[in-house]
Design a protein around this ligand. Sequence first.
Ligand code: DX5
Ligand code: ZN
Length: 216
Amino acid sequence: MVKIAPSILSADFSRLGEEIRAVEKAGADWIHLDIMDGHFVPNITFGAPVVKSIRKTSGLYFDAHLMVHNPDAFFEDFVRAGVDGITIHQEASLHLDRSIQAIKALGVKAGVSLNPATPVQTIEHLLPQLDLVLVMSVNPGFGGQHFIEYTRDKIKALKAIKAAKGFTFIIEVDGGVVPENAAILRESGAEVLVAGSAIYHKDDYKAAIDALRSRP
Ligand code: DX5
Ligand code: ZN
């Protein structure tokens, strides 16, 4: 069964704790944390102090998506703040293998994210070590963008490699996920659907999550 990971990027930041409790009550599986530094992406969001304080509001899996340059500098802070997994960008890490080992050594799940134009082949040799691969289906930096169709080919490729080699990484997709494309994404191999605006910009979070999870 697919997991739904609301991105709090589209939540009302003045009521962040309530917004997290609300999606948990509405059936969310994970909470997706979009960490942006204004350098790797043209936007700034929030850092470890905010994560530490919202950690108290929910027991759900905290899925940290680091859209930052030099991500290694922040691993310890985010783990101390209580995240369950850290995903870094292939494009932001000079020594990806070292970075993944560093995340794992801190006792949390380790993932790599690929920008839309970055081929799956760039992480081919790392796949056996990864807990998660995050396929970006928009150019990272902002919520509410349109899904880039060709990224679905990468989801399918990852699903095929995973099945052929018996790897265990989870396939997650992030950006422009809406009820209208959720079914095809699930069929293509996505196991976690991240959604910001398709949940937080709706009045009924439960209906929004249910639609992503099971609308045919
Ligand atoms: C984009 C972020 C996404 C984004 C998704 O840089 O990584 O998680 O918040 O937002 P929607 O679902 O609105 O495209
Ligand atoms: Zn994200």
